[in-house]
Design a protein around this ligand. Sequence first.
Ligand code: FES
Ligand code: FES
Length: 165
Amino acid sequence: MASKIVSFVLNGREVEVMVRPLTTVQTLLREQLGYTATKVGCRQGGCGSCTVLVNGEPMMSCLLPVEDVEGQQVTTLEGLTPAEGLHPIQEAFYDKFALQCGYCTPGMILVSKALLDWNPRPTREQIVEALAGNYCRCTGYVPIIEAVEEAARRLNTAPHSKKRR
Ligand code: FES
Ligand code: FES
């Protein structure tokens, strides 16, 4: 099958790419566009390390054909990270020791962002449920859950809390 041109918005900027049919967003991001915060784990939809946001919803980019994001808004961890410093969720992960090797962290943070946008004051159970598709081999999960709770506190008390980043 012939390659195809696909246009979408990546981290706030319009991009137009030529891809072979069924190229995944994961492969496009890492191998064509150089956005390597999106990780490669199982490539089967089972680990969450490849999570990106599509119109604010977490999606496994290893299972997502580029054709399916035509005209959509895609966000990676690079897009969440401000030009200087860290996003409050990143800060909370850092402060709560919620990462060790860091391989799962981009996916964890993007899922947390989607959760906190939808529900700024999640219960612990809701956090656990939201993160259920994302595996971490290092932390034991407790620091990650505490980091999301801390991020929620900070986002709800910070002066910018009405203008969510
Ligand atoms: S690499 Fe996509 S879910 Fe594991
Ligand atoms: S910090 Fe290593 S896999 Fe989560």
